[in-house]
Design a binder for this molecule. Structure first.
Ligand SMILES: [Zn+2]
Length: 188
């Protein structure tokens, strides 16, 4: 059992990652991985002041919107997945609502003004810190252009979505759901 537990915790620590953090953000003492509860991953704990450095998930919010009957996608100009296509989105700031973040990121990345209409889906994956919240949105202003972090902006009819050139698993899953809902006549 001890061996099993060891592997279990090691896997958790590896999958969740230590984030490369070595020093306590409160007192600058050394951080070390500690098992605090048997059924939880190991936590980084300060050896001087016992501060527990929880490594929380990161929340991403994005939108899928259409313009001229095509889905708005951006070609990423930064790693990861540089050169691949993704819908507008980015990290939610602390204190910001997820819909505000989705609208803001869409404005920054595509220069489009949108309003969110409905929740399309929430996507998360073992081993990834990101929780991705995707909204269906309507364009209400702006002019489509590649903004922050993208090199190209485009609109893709549902029959021509670049499935083999999409950035992330969440990009594929959200677009599949969008296409499914459109086919069912529910959103477009
Ligand atoms: Zn400390």
């Amino acid at each position: 059992m001890a061996t099993h537990d060891h592997h279990h915790h090691h896997d958790h620590a590896h999958r969740r990652g230590g984030g490369g953090y070595r020093f306590c953000p409160r007192c600058a003492g050394p951080l070390a991985p500690r098992t605090l509860k048997d059924n939880e991953p190991r936590r980084l704990v300060c050896e001087k002041c016992s501060f527990i450095f929880y490594q929380d998930p990161k929340v991403v919010a994005g939108t899928i919107c259409t313009l001229d009957r095509g889905v708005v996608l951006l070609r990423r100009g930064i790693e990861p997945a540089m050169g691949k296509w993704v819908f507008p989105g980015g990290y939610v700031d602390r204190g910001e609502s997820t819909t505000e973040a989705a609208v803001r990121e869409t404005r920054e990345e595509s220069r489009l003004e949108v309003v969110t209409r409905s929740l399309l889906g929430v996507y998360s994956y073992p081993g990834s810190p990101n929780v991705i919240i995707v909204y269906v949105a309507d364009v209400v202003g702006g002019t489509l252009a590649a903004g922050d972090e993208s090199t190209e902006a485009g609109t893709f009819p549902l029959s021509r979505i670049p499935w083999d050139d999409l950035a992330f698993p969440s990009t594929v899953e959200a677009l599949k759901e969008f296409v499914r809902l459109c086919g069912a006549g529910e959103i477009c």
